[in-house]
Design a protein around this ligand. Structure first.
Ligand code: HEM
Length: 258
């Protein structure tokens, strides 16, 4: 218990046990970290502006102010679209641990379901070493179970939210990139706006669900392994086990082409 408390106070002391933890190595490139925190800020502002204009009646907001918050939401949405494009660019052209390969949970010829079963079992009952100590997962980059959240988020959920947001801006205000949508015939306009709004709102709940699972996963990981996972997204480095450091060296020695 004392050992665990001490390690929680200073994650660097994990390196005092070189047989177990081997090195502190840069995993998250600066562009990825910048993306992560800018994304959190923009998503928070998007949700706040949405809550304000969606509850305008309860808040007693006059129409011009409601429209102001709707337009603020759309401008933030354009910024969000640029961020999502930036993250997709990193998935194709970024550093080793920003790429699709590191977001794909499949490995050693096993499919999505087989790995999912394996990872859930491993996270419920982590492996132990010969001394009976818990061994964290050997992936230097994205946590393998976390990839089941990150992959759909980046490949489907966020791009779909951008697409429906942009359609909503064009329908509602006649803004770019499809201003003609604002002048659709009334029945078509009404049906399109309803469809786009419903999908956009449903995806908001998917993003909130992601965030809840993301934070619960991070807290569980930190409590189980007393690691430095949270701060890794700030300074970019992770303290890796011997096996993870070996995989890290193998993967970064042969950086992806492009
Ligand atoms: C208080 C809020 C948040 C905290 C403290 C936080 C923290 C972290 C940390 C520590 C990691 C590294 C985890 C790992 O090694 O697997 C991470 C990764 C990630 N987070 Fe968050 N996060 C937050 C909010 C968000 C939000 C709002 C999103 C997007 C909607 C997000 C998307 C991601 C993604 C996609 C990754 C994987 C890195 C990448 O490939 O871009 N996070 N987060």
């Amino acid at each position: 218990m004392a050992d665990r408390t001490q390690r929680m106070a200073d994650p660097n002391s994990l390196l005092d046990d070189p047989e177990r933890y081997n090195a502190k190595l840069p995993v998250w490139e600066p562009r990825l970290r910048l993306w992560h925190w800018a994304n959190l800020l923009v998503i928070t502002l998007l949700i706040l502006s949405y809550l304000i204009f969606d509850n305008h009646k309860a808040l007693g907001l006059p129409k011009p102010q409601t429209v102001f918050f709707q337009k603020t939401h759309v401008v933030l949405g354009y910024l969000f679209a640029i961020l999502v494009l930036g993250r997709l660019h990193l998935a194709f052209r970024g550093a080793t641990f920003s790429r699709w390969k590191d977001l794909d949970p499949r490995h050693e010829g096993k499919g999505f379901l087989a790995v999912l079963r394996e990872e859930i079992a491993l996270h419920i009952k982590p492996a132990t070493d010969t001394a009976g100590r818990l061994v964290p997962d050997p992936d230097p980059g994205h946590n393998r179970l976390g990839r089941y959240l990150y992959l759909p988020l980046l490949a489907v959920i966020l791009p779909l939210q951008v697409a429906t947001g942009i359609l909503w801006a064009s329908l509602k205000f006649g803004w770019l990139p499809f201003p003609f949508l604002h002048t659709l015939s009334p029945p078509l306009f009404k049906a399109s706006k309803e469809l786009v709004s419903n999908i956009h709102a449903a995806i908001l709940y998917a993003i909130l669900g992601f965030l809840l699972l993301h934070l619960l996963g991070l807290v569980k990981y930190e409590l189980t392994f007393a690691s430095d996972l949270f701060s890794s997204m700030i300074h970019g480095k992770k303290i890796l086990t011997r096996k993870a450091a070996e995989i890290y060296r193998r993967e970064t020695e042969d950086p992806p082409a492009g």
